[in-house]
Design a protein around this ligand. Structure first.
Ligand code: ATP
Ligand code: MG
Length: 574
């Protein structure tokens, strides 16, 4: 088959399989999160693959919760995972749980014991680890390896009845202690967990299957054709296949839902994980940050979680576009955070209305301006009238940025200075500074200027060029806004590669909160945003010269909160 460059390598495999007629040309994938945390952008890479393949080839992608460890799992996570997948724009066929198969898996374990393929080991985890050997040296058989079948059955059933303490016994598959693939050296397939009830099965089980024993079997029971995962599972694949081989000739239990060929089997394929600079991509570490209050929660806008990115102002489209850009390969690597930021800038720059907010305000009085003021009509995005216009009040007293005025300036300063150049007020008039005033401590309090009434933007006189244009808001109508300015969560590029505690590597300046004065159009945000599927629908803005911002759900009818999604400066280089 000719290589199609627009396809990623897994899509090419799928097309080959379709041509060869494997699995009756059925395509079925699954996304298998463990409900022990919120989804992060690494998961989105897997989601785009799993759901993307099903969409492209008229197949189905099921959502399967890999809920085999009740110690860490919770329905809170089950719910958030579903919400995030919907928000990303994907649709699953069915929702399954590994716990749906606990009976079948238990029966399979019993079958293994009866066939002499499994035994109960009473050694400690440390002893078992010590006997594993190394890739070049064979392991040492457990003294319990050759237990009689009846004894194994009796002990495994006692484990399940809750008669054995956690950690005192495990069930191991009896495969090959000398296999060069360490995963074949009698892997643990069941362990005892009595300390925590399971979020779905309650106290029914005291033994739980391990990942390797549950995953491939679940794929098989459901009729998965392509079981796509990340590269760390390459070394597990032979074991995955070995377990599947144990079913040869058996009809999967859920097979009624689909036509099964006698050659049916799921196959595992692997792609590279997503890692991004200046962050961590591990639920365990994220949970630690949340639990210890080092971030405000799973949806803290500095977190690489889907809910964090959403609150930061990332759109589902931009996140999917980022995943499309990075692509899928078979080598691990690190993606520059700059690419993610570049993607959201590209997406918002032509859609987010541009408005003015003054971050370090100083009063500007236009001494020759008469009357009560006027309303200026400005385009939401300059030169893009189809994106609408808004009304901006203008009057004699405005706020401008302190940094746009210098009492004593040289000729290289293009903005306001007494007796200096003409400067345009964005969307309004040309002014010239005439003087200023300070308080008793010498702080600048007021700038005085005169304006040219014939220079209004949009009129004939509005074409006159100035070297600088400055931002402003009108004093009476403007609104105080809390702006949360976020920066990278970690101070180092790859916190996971550093020695010591990753929490010591957090960027101490990752959040700055300031109050700014924004133009009145933001007042319309002073209500609780509409909530769809549990998610607040919020608007995006570009604050001129400050960056892209999004309304935070903390906004209420008295208080507007903005999160900075990204600054305007783009450091991304291809
Ligand atoms: P973590 O290490 O953060 O806990 P995990 O791999 O244990 O992640 P799971 O819930 O088991 O998380 O993952 C569900 C699916 O998402 C798996 O198929 C896994 O391969 C994939 N996945 C997880 N992290 C990444 C990542 N960083 N990049 C791509 N895929 C990922
Ligand atoms: Mg996992």
């Amino acid at each position: 088959m000719e290589e199609d460059k627009s396809l990623n390598f897994i899509e090419q495999i799928v097309e080959n399989d379709l041509q060869e007629g494997k699995n009756d040309r059925r395509i079925q994938t699954r996304f298998p999160p463990e409900p022990n945390g919120y989804l992060h952008i690494g998961h989105v890479k897997a989601i785009c693959m799993d759901f993307g393949i099903a969409e492209r080839y008229n197949g189905v992608c099921n959502l399967r919760f890999d809920d085999t460890n009740p110690v860490k799992e919770d329905t809170e996570y089950v719910d958030s995972i579903q919400q995030d997948i919907r928000w990303l724009g994907f649709h699953w066929g069915n929702v399954f749980y590994a716990s749906d198969y606990f009976d079948q898996l238990y029966d399979l374990a019993i079958r293994f014991i009866k066939e002499g393929k499994a035994y109960v080991d009473e050694q400690t985890a440390e002893q078992i680890a010590e006997q594993k050997g190394t890739p070049t040296e064979p392991g040492t058989p457990s003294p319990y390896r050759d237990r009689p079948v009846e004894e194994n059955l009796r002990l495994f059933e006692a484990m399940q009845r809750g008669e054995i303490e956690d950690g005192k016994m495990v069930l191991r598959a009896k495969i090959d202690m000398a296999n060069p693939n360490m995963h074949f050296r009698d892997p643990i397939i069941y362990r005892i967990i009595t300390t925590h009830p399971h979020h779905r099965t309650g106290r029914k089980w005291n033994v739980y299957p391990m990942y390797d024993f549950a995953h491939g079997q679940s794929d098989y029971f459901e009729g998965v054709t392509h079981s796509i995962c990340t590269l760390e599972f390459v070394v597990h694949r032979p074991l995955y296949d070995w377990f599947i081989d144990q079913f040869v000739g058996q009809v999967p239990s859920n097979a009624a839902d689909w036509k099964t060929g006698s050659d049916y089997r799921p196959r595992q394929y692997e792609f590279n994980r997503l890692n991004i600079t200046y962050t961590v991509m591990s639920k365990r570490k994220m949970l630690q940050l949340v639990k210890e209050g080092l971030v405000a929660g799973w949806d803290d806008p500095r977190m690489p979680t889907v809910c964090g990115l959403r609150r930061r102002g990332y759109t589902a489209e931009a996140i999917r576009e980022f995943i499309r850009k990075i692509g899928y390969t078979k080598v691990e690597g690190m993606i520059d955070l700059g690419l993610l930021e570049h993607t959201i800038r590209e997406s918002l720059k032509n859609t987010a209305p541009r408005i003015c907010a003054i971050f370090d305000p100083v009063r500007l009085v236009i001494t020759n301006y008469e009357g009560d003021g006027e309303t200026i009509v400005a385009e939401n995005i300059d030169g893009n009238p189809e994106l609408g216009t808004r009304q901006i009040p203008f009057a004699r007293e405005l706020y401008i940025e302190r940094g746009d005025f210098l009492e004593q300036a040289d000729k290289n300063f293009y903005r306001l200075s007494p007796g200096g150049r003409e400067v345009r007020l964005k969307n309004a008039y040309i002014i010239q500074a005439t003087g200023c005033e300070h308080d008793a401590d010498g702080n600048l309090t007021t700038v005085y200027a005169t304006y040219d009434p014939l220079s209004k933007s949009g009129t004939e006189g509005g074409n006159r060029k100035t070297k600088a244009t400055i931002n402003w808001v009108e004093c009476q109508s403007c609104v105080d806004v809390e702006a949360r300015l976020y920066d990278r969560l970690f101070a180092v590029e790859n916190p996971s590669a550093e020695e010591g505690d990753f929490r010591d590597l957090l960027n101490p300046d990752s959040l700055k909160v300031v109050t700014c004065k924004a133009e009145q159009s933001l007042r319309s945000e002073m209500h609780r945003p509409e909530v769809v599927d549990g998610i607040a629908q919020v608007n995006h803005y570009q604050l001129l010269k400050q960056g892209f911002f999004v309304i935070d759900p903390d906004t209420d009818d008295r208080h507007i909160v903005l999160n900075r999604t990204a600054s305007l400066k783009d450091n991304w280089q291809k």
